[in-house]
Design a protein around this ligand. Structure first.
Ligand SMILES: Nc1ncnc2c1ncn2[C@@H]1O[C@H](COP(=O)(O)OP(=O)(O)OP(=O)(O)O)[C@@H](O)[C@H]1O
Ligand SMILES: [Mg+2]
Length: 226
């Protein structure tokens, strides 16, 4: 699926990712690391929102430099800040918005919107103004909007930061049940239970890569937490 080869990324003269080479083929991959270690930049490389300063990123053989549009149709991206993602006045309209211009009939769109409301516990909020939802409800809507487009892969950048315990568990369940492979950036170690692989970033470098228990132990030590 994702192949990252000898990637370096700079914002201006600041190097924030260096010497990153990794191939992601597992169903559940997590990315952890300190604030500013380059996790979001790495996540954005995966769907071409950011293209590397040097090196290459390919998704199913497509290069993010050349095939950004096709890759973004394949790789759904859930932002940390749902306000970046919510664009329409009501919850149902916002869900429908992402489904337009995809060659779907009106009936198909309506059906997918109803399904997304149902699957994500948003039915009661159907006609509510999206901008008046609570932070956690907005985050659920942002996730629902991305999943409604049925992407081949889903990248989540800290999807649970605003959520209460119940919503967190609900999102964890949604993730566990997803058929698509996912890559999740998270500071929430509980969310990573059952993941296949955890990458640890530190100052722009990939410093650990392995099963959750091994990588998380490495990360906690790095953070001086044990
Ligand atoms: N658009 C940008 N322009 C300039 N610098 C940026 C930009 N985005 C991120 N950076 C810088 O790149 C570095 C890595 O940022 P990134 O957002 O990838 O870190 P992160 O690991 O996701 O952090 P956090 O845990 O706080 O979300 C930081 O030093 C940040 O200030
Ligand atoms: Mg981040």
């Amino acid at each position: 699926m994702f192949r990252i080869e000898e990637v370096e990324h700079r914002y201006g003269d600041r190097t924030v990712l260096r010497d990153v080479s990794v191939e992601l083929t597992e169903r559940r991959v997590a990315v952890v690391g300190a604030n500013g270690s380059g996790k979001s930049t790495f996540a954005r490389l995966l769907n071409g929102l950011v293209v590397p300063t040097s090196g290459t990123v390919t998704v199913d053989g497509l290069d993010t430099r050349k095939d950004g549009r096709r890759i973004r149709a394949k790789v759904g991206f859930v932002f940390q800040d749902p306000d970046l993602q919510i664009v329409m006045p009501t919850v149902a309209e916002d869900l429908a918005f992402g489904l337009k211009h995809r060659g779907l009939s009106k009936a198909d769109i309506d059906q997918r919107v109803e399904q997304a409301l149902e699957d994500n516990g948003l039915r009661d909020l159907r006609d509510q103004p999206a901008h008046l939802l609570s932070g956690g409800q907005k985050q659920r809507l942002a996730i629902a909007s991305v999943l409604a487009t049925a992407p081949r892969y889903v990248v989540f950048d800290e999807p649970t930061t605003m959520l209460d315990l119940r919503s967190k568990r609900q999102i964890a369940r949604v993730m566990a049940e997803l058929e698509q492979p996912v890559v999740v950036v998270s500071h929430d170690m509980d969310l990573l239970e059952g993941f296949d692989r955890v990458l640890v970033f530190d100052e722009g470098r990939l410093v650990a890569d392995g099963p959750p228990d091994v990588s998380i132990a490495f990360y906690l030590e790095l953070m001086g937490a044990c």
